[in-house]
Design a protein. Structure first.
Length: 155
């Protein structure tokens, strides 16, 4: 019986790891019907000037469901995310992280923003985000990085 559990666990682990390739053509909701911006676009591409309200917040709300009660909707790790772009912006930008000495989002500095550090798995404390599902793909992380490097504007 232990051999069967070990095999089942190994297969599950292989499926989860292979599903997280980091470069998926699917939208943040797991399908290719949109571009992650909530505007019904037909393709997802890296953006030159991502908007927090139209592009970035959508990744957290619809794409990864970070606002669920079991996730940051319940205030996990001191961060609360809701469906409100304004509230999410206020909880992310220029706010000190609780686990490490970084700003969650340091406008103009994606490399040292705790949000990016957690999404890329470079954190010293805690786990890579998101905890459930798969890691964000290169397009979503790239758009978040671009938004932050562009000064993390609220619009």
């Amino acid at each position: 019986m232990d051999s069967r559990r070990s095999t089942a666990f190994s297969l599950t682990l292989i499926v989860l790891v292979s599903a997280c390739t980091g470069d998926s053509p699917a939208g943040p909701s797991g399908n290719d019907s949109g571009n992650g911006t909530g505007n019904g676009g037909s393709s997802r591409t890296p953006l030159d000037a991502p908007s927090f309200q139209a592009d970035i917040n959508e990744i957290f709300v619809a794409g990864q469901n970070c606002t669920a009660a079991s996730c940051h909707g319940g205030g996990e790790a001191g961060l609360t995310l809701t469906s409100s772009a304004g509230a999410n912006y206020a909880n992310l930008v220029n706010v000190r992280a609780t686990l490490e000495n970084f700003l969650r989002v340091a406008p103009g500095d994606a490399q040292n923003s705790y949000l990016v550090i957690k999404l890329e798995g470079r954190q010293a404390a805690g786990s890579r985000m998101p905890l459930t599902g798969c890691c964000l793909d290169d397009i979503d992380i790239g758009n978040i990085r671009k938004w932050i490097d562009n000064g993390a504007p609220e619009e």
